[in-house]
Ligand binder design. Structure first.
Ligand code: 4NP
Length: 158
């Protein structure tokens, strides 16, 4: 089992979107028995909360259901347990590095490393913006999710 954890700040916009999008990509490839997927936030603001309604609506327009997800905070144990801990932006990456057990730093990466044809390195925080921000986030996440699956196939004999 390859274990992938998506991480943002609140775990109500970007990382649950990444979880839902990647779940769909993995199910389409019939690899759901081989890849475990979860998401978490680096802050505690939204523990137990469902994804932001704007994130849910944007995902639903692309056939992805996020309503069952609930916010939780990332821990050191997550970094031990998961193989890929994928941060949405540099701030999330730094927050994860601050709790990372020594020697495991290589597991923590920026998610957009898997979308090398895009100019951006970070998935921008859409929380304080409009609907358009959520569409852009989805476009970026869809591209990186496909790149991530290709990477996992190549490196884990999937
Ligand atoms: P996320 O977005 O990190 O993509 O879930 C945010 C959600 C909430 C807040 C910031 C970003 N907040 O400040 O409450």
């Amino acid at each position: 089992m390859v274990k992938v954890l998506f991480v943002c700040l609140g775990n109500i916009c970007r990382s649950p979107t990444a979880e839902g999008v990647f779940r769909k990509v993995v199910e389409r490839a019939e690899l759901q028995q081989r890849i475990e997927i979860d998401s978490a936030g680096t802050h505690a603001y939204h523990i137990g909360a469902p994804p932001d309604t704007r994130a849910q609506e944007a995902a639903r327009r692309r056939g992805i259901e996020l309503s069952g997800l609930r916010g939780r905070k990332a821990t050191r144990l997550d970094i031990e347990r998961f193989d890929y801990i994928l941060a949405m932006d540099e701030e999330n990456l730094q927050n994860l590095m601050a709790i990372c057990p020594s020697g495991l730093e290589d597991k923590v990466r920026l998610f957009l490393e898997f979308a090398p044809s895009r100019p951006e390195r970070e998935v921008p925080d859409p929380y304080f913006g409009g609907e358009q921000g959520f569409e852009r986030v989805l476009d970026m996440i869809e591209e990186a999710a496909n790149g991530l699956l290709a990477h996992l196939r190549q490196h884990h004999q999937l």
